[in-house]
Design a binder for this molecule. Sequence first.
Ligand SMILES: Cc1ncc(COP(=O)(O)O)c(C=O)c1O
Length: 415
Amino acid sequence: MLLNAQDCAALDQTTSALADFAAWRSAFAPGPEGTLYFDANSIGPMPVDAPARMQHVLDAGWRQARRRGWSELDWLQQPASLGAAIAPLLGADAADVRVCDTTSINQYKLLCFALSRAAPRRVIVLEQDVFPSNRYVAEGIAKSGLAELRFIRHADELPAALAGQDVAVVALSHVDYRTSARHDMAALTRLAHDHGALALWDLSHSAGAVAIELKAAQADLAVGCGYKYLCGGPGAPAYLYVNAQLQGAHWPALAGWMGHADTFAFEPGYRPAPGPDRFLVGTPAVLANVAFSAAADIWRRVSPAALDARHRSLTDTLIQLLDEQCSPLGISLASPRSHAQRGGHVALQFDGAAPLSQAMVARGVVVSSRKPDALRFGVHPLTTTHADLWRAVQILRDLLDSGDWRDPRFNGPVI
Ligand SMILES: Cc1ncc(COP(=O)(O)O)c(C=O)c1O
C-alpha cells in the first residue's frame, strides 16, 4: 500500500516519538504561511523567544550595564553554560563541551592540539571529499610545516592509511555534507586508537538531528556548527569537545587570555586553564551567544533518544514517499536507507539538482543543492511534520513531472 496524505497526517497523531510535539514545535517561530523549510542543515529554525532575549541584552546589557555586563551578567559563563546545554545531544558530559569561535577555527585548534599531543607522529588523515573548509584548515597546517596530510576516499581505506603507525589524528566528518552518509563513530575511533592515533569528529550534520555518543564511542575530540540543527542563529558560534582524559595535557595552539588559568590577573606569561576552558581564545561573542541561549534552553529539556526517534520516523517516511512518487521520474536516493547510517538530511541524486532546488524554493519548499548533483532535505525533528513531508513531495513530483524546473529563471547562482 502506498503512503497517502491521510497516512502522513495519522503518523503525526500516532507517532510516540517526542511526546507533545506540538509544544516543541511552538517553541520555534513559524515562517510565512505555506513555506516549508528543509534547510536545518544550513540554518535551523528560530526559537520564538530569541528576539526578546536579543532586545533584553541590548537594553539591559549593552545600553545600561556596559562594562559591568562582564561581572554582573553571565557573559563570561556562556561558553560553558551553552556547552553544557548541548552536551547531552552529543553524548558528552556537560563539563567537556564549550561553545566558541567557528567550526573551522575549532578544527584548527583541535588538530594542532592532537599533533602536539601525538608528537613525533605528524600525519593527519582526512577524507578527500570532506567539507572543503576542514580540508583547507588541514592544508594550512601542513603548509606551515606542522603536519603531513594523508587522504582517504572511503572509510575502508582507513586501515591502510593507519598501517605505518605514523598517524597523529584521524579527522572525519561524522556525516557527509552531500550524501548524509554517517560513519560508525565507535568502530572508526577504535580503529584509530588501535593504531595509536586520536580521532577528531565534525558533528555539524548530525548534532541536533540524530543521537550521538561521543563518550561511549571514546571519541577524543569533536567540533561542529551551532547554526544548523542546533538553531543557534545565523553565524552562531560553534562548539568543541575534548575527552576528559586529554584535557590536562599540552597547551592549546591558540593560547589566548580567555583560556588562561586566571584571565583577569593579566599575568605576563600564559598558563593554561584547567580542562576545556584552555581552548577558549578571545572575548566571547555575547550577542550571538544570547541568541544561542534561546535554543540552548530548548535543548536542555529535549530527550536525545526521543529526538532521534522522531527524526527517524520523519526521514524514513520521506524516503518512502520519494521512492513511491519521485523515483519513477528519474531522481534517486543518494543517502543510505538505514537511519543508523544517515545524518540530519536526506539527499537525492539528480543531474539538475541546482535548478530543481531553486524551483522548489520558488514553490515554497526551501531545500538546497550541493555540486555536482545533490538535492538536500535538511529535516529538523522539532519542527517538521509528516504532513509537511507529504506536501513537499507533491511539489517535487509536480516539478519533475511538468519539467517546470527547467525554466531558465532557475539557473541563477545559489548558496
Ligand atoms: C561539515 C562542516 N564543517 C565545517 C563547516 C564550516 O563551519 P564554520 O563556518 O563554522 O567554520 C561547515 C559549514 O557548513 C560544515 O558543513
